[in-house]
Design a protein around this ligand. Structure first.
Ligand code: SAH
Length: 349
């Protein structure tokens, strides 16, 4: 069978490159790099679905959030629309359309490593500029940065408290299993957690911390804000949040690396604390349901239903999925960090 006609789930990349053991961080980084490079994982026929793929209302409300903030900050369209890991570009397309109706067309900058997804994004947002990393973002204008389900895909490290001290969790190749490293890792444990009970697991996401710090410094120099929407918690906290998804089901994270989506919950407490230390203003972390409700999702749902009464049930189902507490409304959280001289961002009332 030629590679062109293989099913998306058929190929198993070799993430091991001759090695028998990797830290969980290196395992997750290699598995996700292979996973995202080779496929579009989104949508009903893929592995998972995200808020912008559920309804146009999500991106539209974020577009209005962006426009409101840029206009009240007095920068108008002289402010880049930045998105981290834009997936199919659906959020950006909906956001930019909503902004365009209000006369605002900011320059578009995407940070994306996957060539497959870059192609999808090119079709959705033809005028965008792509970057491999946040370091390459423009330096001459304010940045309003959106990250929906981006930070959860970055590789975590996990540490476990043992009788001998804190040890890093490793992954062995055959048979696939977690093991523990030999080095003492107490220096990597946040101070409030260092006395956690035996067996406790602590996660650190140094990649997220580095990206949030780099972006925070840019916002301080250039003006702007960072909006993070993801599933997560307000640490410091213990717990193992690593998960794998394939075809909309949870799977064993160690099985078939590179063919399923590996994620971990985002520590919003850590990112807010980093921002505060840098001099940014974090707004209180709230649920996605409360955020979208404050931005007016019910009015938008009513307008869509009036425009097309035959779609009333679909609009209601999508609205409930995004907002209700037993669906995405509580598990998904929203954090905004802004320049200290910028106005308070909408949606957090
Ligand atoms: N934000 C989109 C897609 C979420 S999936 C949505 O809500 O639908 C995660 C996205 O992050 C994908 O676009 C993936 O290719 C990208 N990504 C994952 N790791 C990345 C990295 N290290 N650098 C840049 N982009 C990355």
């Amino acid at each position: 069978m030629s590679p062109e006609i293989e099913a998306p789930h058929a190929t198993q990349p070799d993430i091991w490159q001759g090695r028998e053991s990797l830290s969980l961080h290196d395992f997750m980084a290699a598995a996700n790099a292979a996973y995202y490079a080779g496929r579009d994982p989104l949508g009903a026929r893929g592995d998972f679905i995200t808020a912008p793929e559920i309804s146009q209302m999500f991106g539209e409300l974020i577009g209005l959030w962006f426009a409101d903030l840029a206009l009240r900050a007095g920068v108008g369209a002289n402010c880049a629309y930045v998105e981290l890991g834009p997936g199919r570009g659906t959020l950006a397309a909906d956001a930019l359309r909503a902004m365009g109706q209000g006369g605002l067309s900011p320059p578009i900058h995407f940070v994306e490593t996957s060539p497959v997804l870059r192609e999808r994004q090119r079709a959705a947002a033809p005028g965008a500029t792509w970057h491999e990393s946040v370091a390459a973002l423009p330096e001459d204008q304010p940045l309003i940065i959106i990250a929906n389900e981006f930070f959860d895909a970055l590789p975590i490290r996990q540490f476990q408290r043992t009788g001998a001290g804190w040890r890093e969790r490793m992954v062995q190749r055959t048979p696939p299993a977690f093991t523990l490293g030999k080095q003492d890792c107490v220096a990597d444990i946040p101070l409030p957690l260092s006395d956690a009970p035996l067996g406790a697991i602590v996660e650190r996401n140094f990649a997220s911390e580095t990206i949030a710090t780099d972006l925070g410094k840019r916002i301080l120099r250039q003006g702007g804000a960072l909006l993070i929407i993801d599933y997560g918690y307000e640490g410091p906290a213990t717990g193992d949040t690593l998960q794998a998804m394939t075809q909309h089901r949870f799977a064993d994270p160690l099985d078939a690396p590179g063919t399923r989506d590996l994620t971990a919950h985002v520590d919003f407490g850590m990112i807010a604390a980093l921002g505060r230390t840098l001099g940014l203003r974090p707004q209180p972390c709230i649920g996605q349901g409360a955020f979208l409700t404050a931005l007016g999702i019910d009015a938008r749902a009513a307008a869509l239903t009036r425009a097309n009464p035959a779609r009333a049930d679909d609009v209601k189902t999508a609205r409930d999925r995004l907002v209700e507490a037993d669906q995405m409304g509580q598990l998904f959280k929203v954090l905004a960090l802004r320049h200290p001289d910028w106005p308070v961002a909408a949606g957090f009332a």
